[in-house]
Design a protein around this ligand. Structure first.
Ligand SMILES: O=C(O)CCC(=O)C(=O)O
Length: 262
C-alpha cells in the first residue's frame, strides 16, 4: 500500500502550494542513492550546465523517459512519490521528466525565481502539474536549499523571460509578491521530500558552503494534460509504480553494476 496523505496535508498543499515532509525516506537509502549517483559516469556525462546571472554553474542531469531500471528512474516510479502527488493534484499522473540537481560545494549556482509552469507553458495547456523534490543529501541555507513563496501558486502563471541561462519570472512582480507572501527556506535532511505545484514560485541561492546539495526532482502532469505540441519531449503513457522494496532493489542492482563495493 502506498502512503496516503492526511486531509490536513492536502489542505496545506492547496493553501501553500507545497508540502514539506521531513524524513519521508530513510536516510540510509539516500546515502546509497548518493553513492550510486556520484559513481555514475553516465549521469555526469549526461549532465548539462545552467549559468545563473552571475555566471556560476548549476549542473543537472535530466531524463524524459522511464525506459531503464536505474536508481533515479526507480524513484520516479516510486509509489510513495507518485500516489501522494496524485492525491494532491486530484487525479492520475503521467511522468514528464526527472532530474538530478547537482549543486557542488563553493561553485553551485543560484536558480532565479520561477514557476515550473513558466517553463512548461509552451507545451502544456494547464498548470495541473507538479513535482516531488527528494533531498539526496542535506539541503541547508548555506548550500542553497530551495526557497518558496508560500501560496504563490494562487496568483496563476506569471510571465517569464531569460535570466542568465535560465528562465525567470518578471522581477517587478516578484518584488511585490515578496512583500506580500512569506518566504520559506526548505531545509531538508536526506530523505525529506517537497511536493510542489507547478505554479509555486521557487528559487535557490548559490552554494557557498563546503557541502554539496544534490536532489532528485521528479515531475508529472495530469493525464488529461499531455502536451499540445508534437515536438514536446516525454513519454505520456501509463507507467508501472514500484513499491519501496522494488525501488531499493533497483538501487542495489545499480550500485553493484557500477561498483560491487558501493
Ligand atoms: O535545485 C534547485 O535549487 C532549483 C531547481 C528548480 O528550481 C527547478 O528544477 O525547477
Amino acid at each position: 500500500m502506498s502512503r496516503v496523505l492526511s486531509p490536513a496535508d492536502v489542505q496545506a498543499f492547496e493553501r501553500d502550494g507545497y508540502l514539506l515532509v521531513q524524513d519521508y525516506f530513510p536516510a540510509d537509502d539516500m546515502g546509497r542513492l548518493l553513492r550510486v549517483a556520484r559513481a555514475d559516469h553516465e549521469l555526469s556525462a549526461g549532465a548539462t550546465d545552467r549559468h545563473d546571472t552571475e555566471g556560476r554553474v548549476s549542473r543537472l542531469s535530466l531524463r524524459y523517459n522511464l525506459d531503464g531500471e536505474d536508481a533515479y528512474r526507480a524513484y520516479a516510479r516510486h509509489e510513495d512519490v507518485v500516489a501522494p502527488l496524485e492525491q494532491l493534484l486530484g487525479g492520475e499522473l503521467y511522468h514528464y521528466h526527472h532530474k538530478m540537481m547537482m549543486k557542488e560545494p563553493h561553485t553551485g549556482g543560484a536558480w532565479e525565481w520561477h514557476q515550473d509552469y513558466g517553463y512548461w507553458y509552451g507545451a502544456f495547456l494547464s498548470a495541473n502539474m507538479g513535482s516531488c523534490m527528494i533531498a539526496v543529501d542535506r539541503a541547508t541555507k548555506a548550500n542553497g536549499c530551495l526557497q518558496v513563496l508560500r501560496g504563490s501558486h494562487r496568483v496563476g502563471r506569471l510571465d517569464h523571460g531569460q535570466r542568465g541561462d535560465q528562465t525567470g519570472t518578471d522581477p517587478e512582480r516578484i518584488k511585490v509578491l515578496q512583500e506580500r507572501l512569506e518566504l520559506v527556506h526548505c531545509e531538508m535532511s536526506p530523505g525529506t521530500v517537497l511536493f510542489f505545484h507547478s505554479n509555486t514560485l521557487h528559487r535557490s541561492d548559490p552554494n557557498t558552503s563546503p557541502d554539496s546539495r544534490w536532489a532528485l526532482i521528479c515531475c508529472y502532469t495530469a493525464v488529461d494534460n499531455t502536451p499540445f505540441i508534437d515536438t514536446a519531449a516525454g513519454d505520456f503513457t501509463r507507467f508501472q509504480r514500484w513499491d519501496h522494496d522494488t525501488v531499493c532493489a533497483a538501487v542495489q542492482t545499480h550500485a553493484e553494476r557500477l561498483n560491487p563495493s558501493l
